[in-house]
Design a protein around this ligand. Structure first.
Ligand code: ZN
Length: 331
């Protein structure tokens, strides 16, 4: 039988093991933009610095596991989804679908001494400087994700065992007092552990496994952290206006005829305002009017603001008088 185009397409699709790759978290750029635009003595700075540092550590840990899993080529078929956001704010770092089970990996990248506590449950972290803090217990986190995923599978009419595993991104991140019924792996052992799996009871066919992955992706709804000022309860008046220099990132640029200049770096930019508009959407609001654009970019001419917004290719709503430009989807 000759392969039709459709069959070829299906074959390629079935061969695709990683159904979704992780995007670089947009919130890192958002927190950086927010910090740049907040006064040095602003009360929320400490909180944002902590959030930024957590987001960077999280992304670093996930990247490390993604690299390790890029060598994952077992004898059995599987599908992988990186960063899946299911209903009930169920965010899963890495999901592996196999014919007899689903595995949820919760990736942690935490320094210092780590000790799990039960009753009540927490993860105690003692940093090198002796500072101590208590975080959500990742075992409880991943077990909760499992319960929520079970609900989704039940609604889909699928009965598949789910295993939940916490993965520490670095070997130095040793966790003590892990409950005996919980699984905590170190990044280096992820491949070894996964290769040990023996698929005996094939509940799903390869096609069903693939369809399940696609079905889960169809309800994947990424959490929207923007605009940050609204979500973090920061007054828009506290946000500094202006177009910042793309090189030193510290100083505002001066508008000349159709270009921007940073006196400090002695550089010119034709389009530094485009980044500033992205920052508006990340920090301030999900819409922008011509007036807001003029004020935010510190322009003297409303026509320049109009031209810049049109050139940015944003969707528009409202008539001539109250036109608003919208942030692009998936931004
Ligand atoms: Zn500069």
């Amino acid at each position: 039988m000759e392969l039709s185009n459709l069959t070829c397409y299906n074959l390629i699709e079935v061969m695709q093991m990683i159904l979704k790759y992780r995007d670089k978290p947009a919130k890192i750029a958002g927190y950086e933009a927010l910090l740049k635009r907040l006064p040095a003595n602003h009360e929320k700075r400490r909180l944002i610095i902590e959030k930024l540092s957590n987001a960077k550590a999280g992304a670093g840990g996930e990247e490390r596991i993604d690299t390790i899993l890029s060598y994952f080529e077992p004898d059995y078929p599987f599908r992988m989804i990186q960063d899946l956001s299911l209903p009930e704010r169920n965010q899963i770092d890495t999901l592996l679908i196999m014919q007899d089970r689903i595995i949820i990996l919760e990736i942690k990248n935490l320094g210092g001494e780590l000790r799990m506590r039960t009753n009540p449950s927490a993860l105690g972290q003692t940093l090198l400087d002796g500072h101590r803090r208590f975080l959500k217990n990742p075992v409880i986190q991943v077990e909760t994700a499992k319960i929520k995923l079970q609900k989704v599978l039940k609604a889909m009419g699928i009965q598949l065992p789910i295993e939940s595993i916490v993965v520490m991104a670095y070997p130095s991140q040793f966790v003590e007092d892990v409950p005996s019924d919980a699984k905590v792996w170190i990044a280096e052992e992820v491949l070894v552990q996964l290769y040990k799996i023996n698929i005996e009871n094939k509940i799903l066919s390869v096609e069903e496994m693939h369809s399940l992955g696609k079905a889960l992706l169809s309800i994947d709804k990424q959490y929207q952290p923007f605009p940050l000022a609204l979500n973090l309860n920061i007054n828009l008046q506290d946000i500094e206006n202006g177009v910042y220099c793309p090189r030193c990132k510290l100083r505002k640029m001066k508008r000349l005829v159709r270009k921007w200049e940073c006196y400090f770096c002695d550089i010119y930019s034709l389009d530094a305002h485009l980044d500033a508009i992205d920052e508006w959407f990340m920090v301030c609001k999900s819409t922008i009017t011509t007036q807001e654009c003029k004020a935010f970019l510190e322009l003297t001419n409303i026509e320049t603001a109009k031209r810049i917004l049109r050139k940015k290719g944003l969707a528009e709503i409202g008539g001539k008088r109250n036109r608003q430009y919208l942030r692009k989807e998936g931004f």
